[in-house]
Design a protein around this ligand. Structure first.
Ligand code: 5AD
Ligand code: SF4
Length: 447
């Protein structure tokens, strides 16, 4: 590649999970440190970072078509953008991307993106660079302090996965489970709060596998971390996502009943309601053990909003096995959940299993599952009517004087009032739709 001028503007496009959103923000901060500014809305950027997701569907194809589109737009304006591919597709298919897409000058995996500035220097010299090392924790120490932060911020506390569910690429793209040290997380949370965060969502592929040593040298799990963070003045709310049933402990369940700042919401993927399918998925729990676990959360925090993930059409799933999933849904009555059609991921054991399910069967099962989940989501929202709760204002609504935020149960709530982003407003929930509720303001809680 030819040497080029250093980019002045950037755009980071993040796909997939919240961890990718977090990584994308951190890459933007790294570029900001270099004096590169976000490209104005509607304008092409000099540097585009495609922060990719590999979990489902034709992720790689999408990357190539995005690259094609960027190159074409660049040709039209007479200046091709510099392109970096980051995230899990970069990790899984880095070399192939370099070989197939000459327009890409940087490929950087999720554990290596702190090295983006060095790679950028090389790219400006005309050298293409790939970095898909997995040095685990090194990245966090090398990232700049966070300055611009909204009222609801993400904080990665744990990364990677050792569970090896047979359908999933994450253990291969994000590597082994690691926990960031306790003191780093307390320090970073304090700085996030000073920068304006009032709610923090602790992120991890298996966040409840987080473990560490507290300031007194005691071994603590996620509940211990949550209690320490809840003691920070100015932080009003804590959430965590995503959890695995196998890593749940009594301390975390108890924290839901005892730590007022810990919001009454739990995202606990189950994937299927059938034990044979769960075993073939290598999930290490049964439908029954999962239901018992949820009962314990409900006992600790009766109003807890439950969420989960589902996969329909796992290889070999019969109609009767799928119906077990519907039965489980009927029993749990989720407040909200995510459901996906099984997508074979190259290199995972399930991709070569017998009994791959026809697309039309998957479509039909997904529709039935969605119908049940939507029914329950609406019912949960309707059951909230009349409750008074705090809403953290995150943004303006469509119309003047309208504000949007989240209830403790992670519902989107809109209301009309004289408010500002970052306010905690006490509202009565007055009207419920499938995806949001209307609130009536009762009071603004002092900042
Ligand atoms: N196909 C479909 N869904 C998947 N998930 C993970 N891997 C696959 C796959 N190969 C879903 C699981 C997981 C969520 C993040 O994505 O439900 O919990
Ligand atoms: Fe993937 Fe299973 Fe790990 Fe979740 S627990 S990231 S589904 S392997």
């Amino acid at each position: 590649m030819k040497p080029t001028n250093p980019p002045k503007t950037y755009r980071v496009k993040s796909f997939g999970c919240q961890m990718n959103v977090y990584d994308g923000e951190r890459m933007a901060e790294l570029l900001g440190e270099r004096g590169i500014t976000p490209a104005p809305e509607g304008e092409e950027a000099d540097l585009v970072v495609l922060n990719t997701c590999h979990i489902r569907e034709k992720a790689a194809e999408k990357v190539y078509s995005d690259i094609g589109r960027l190159v074409k737009a660049g040709e039209e304006r007479g200046q091709k953008p510099m392109i970096a591919v980051a995230g899990c597709v970069a990790q899984a298919e880095g070399e192939e991307i370099m070989a197939r897409a000459p327009a890409v000058s940087m490929v950087v995996g999720p554990q290596a993106y702190h090295r983006l500035p060095e790679m950028l220097d090389k790219a400006v010299q005309g050298e293409r660079a790939t970095d898909t090392d997995m040095p685990a924790i090194a990245k966090f120490g090398a990232l700049p302090a966070r300055r611009k932060i909204g009222p609801a911020a993400f904080l990665t506390v744990q990364e990677g996965c050792d569970k090896f569910c047979t359908y999933c690429v994450v253990p291969y793209t994000r590597g082994a489970e690691i926990s960031r040290p306790f003191s780093d997380l307390v320090g970073e949370t304090q700085r996030l709060v000073e920068a304006g965060a009032r709610e923090i969502t602790l992120l991890g592929q298996n966040v409840n596998a987080w473990s560490g040593e507290d300031d007194k040298g005691r071994a603590v799990g996620l509940a211990g971390l949550i209690r320490a963070l809840a003691a920070i003045d100015g932080l009003e709310r804590l959430r965590y996502t995503t959890s695995h049933p196998a890593d749940m402990d009594d301390a975390l369940i108890a924290a839901h009943g005892e730590v007022a700042k810990l919001m009454p919401y739990l995202h606990l993927p189950v994937q299927s309601g059938n034990d044979r399918v769960l075993k073939a998925m290598n999930r290490s729990h049964t439908a029954e053990s999962y239901l018992r676990l949820l009962e314990r959360f409900r006992a600790a925090r009766p109003d807890i909003a439950l969420s989960g993930d589902f996969i329909v059409g796992f290889p070999g799933e019969t109609e009767a096995e799928f119906e077990d999933t519907l039965k489980l849904v009927d029993e749990v009555r989720y407040a909200q959940a995510y459901s996906f059609k099984y997508s074979p991921r190259p290199g995972t054991p399930a991709a070569t299993m017998e009994g791959q399910i026809a697309p039309e069967v998957m479509d039909e099962r997904l529709q039935r599952l969605l119908a049940s989940l939507n029914r329950d989501q609406l019912a949960f929202n309707q059951a909230s009517i009349g409750r008074t709760c705090q809403v953290l204002v995150e943004r303006k609504g469509k119309h003047a004087g309208q504000w949007l935020g989240k209830s403790p149960w992670l519902q989107s709530v809109w209301f009309e009032a004289d408010a500002a982003i970052g306010d905690l407003v006490e509202v009565e929930l007055a009207e419920a739709g499938p995806n949001s509720l209307r609130g009536i303001v009762r009071a603004t809680v002092a900042a």
